[in-house]
Design a protein. Structure first.
Length: 230
């Protein structure tokens, strides 16, 4: 299969007083369409930084990122925002749901931003809420849902726009072990049924074990540590 994600010599630093903190030191990563990889590593090793670069939420100091053949460095402004909305799905440790809106309205948001009619967006979001097991909870606001349910809404929101690449940053990190295991299994199932390509940052060994490959980010470099599912 062709590569959907290609990363070459990716570098990123941040100022630290009078010094430079080299976070990423020449990252290379290639992921075929349909692949699912986990990125592990100690806190502060740069995992979230890497994910933010892949999601075009930050710019690298050097190197290239190509997603579905598109060089992210060539995009900016509204064009970049449109690319993120139509090509990428995001799930974070904290769900970032809008508290004043219902679960259904939260799941609809990416489609409303895209300009889809509200009725069509509602039908699509309802289908996704049913997929994540929340068909009867669409009218509830986030404060009326459990942590696991909120993260399921976040998954529905991430997938509602049919993204090519899913980026997940510690998607089970704020959940108890049993709920985290359930959400991890759901993530793997959605990855398969939606034909996604996924990069998952996680400390959770059970979740990383569900991925095709596992990489460890250490000293600014990625090192493959396992291939679980071949």
């Amino acid at each position: 299969m062709s590569s959907l994600l290609e990363v070459r010599d990716l570098r990123k630093h941040y100022p630290s007083g009078a010094q430079r903190l080299e976070v990423l030191r020449g990252i290379d990563l290639e992921l075929a369409a349909g692949g699912m990889v986990a990125v592990t590593g100690a806190s502060g090793s740069g995992k979230s930084t890497l994910l933010h670069l892949l999601g075009a939420m930050d710019r690298p100091d050097a190197g290239t990122i190509r997603i579905d053949g598109q060089d992210l460095s060539a995009l900016s402004g509204p064009t970049l925002a449109r690319f993120r909305n139509r090509t990428l799905g995001f799930v974070f440790q904290f769900h970032y749901l809008l508290p004043e809106f219902t679960a259904l309205e939260n799941a609809m948001m990416p489609l409303l931003v895209r300009g889809m009619p509200r009725e069509d967006a509602g039908r699509r979001a309802s289908t996704l809420l049913e997929e994540v097991g929340l068909a009867e909870r669409g009218h509830h606001r986030p404060g009326e849902l459990s942590g696991g349910e909120q993260q399921r809404v976040a998954l529905a929101r991430a997938l509602v726009g049919n993204p090519r690449l899913l980026l997940a940053d510690e998607p089970t990190g704020n959940l108890d072990p049993e709920t985290g295991e359930s959400v991890g299994a759901l993530l793997r199932r959605l990855h398969a049924t939606h034909g996604l390509t996924s990069v998952v940052v996680t400390h959770n060994e059970r979740l990383s074990g569900l991925c095709d490959r596992v990489y460890r980010l250490e000293a600014g470099q990625l090192r493959e540590t396992g291939d679980h599912r071949r």
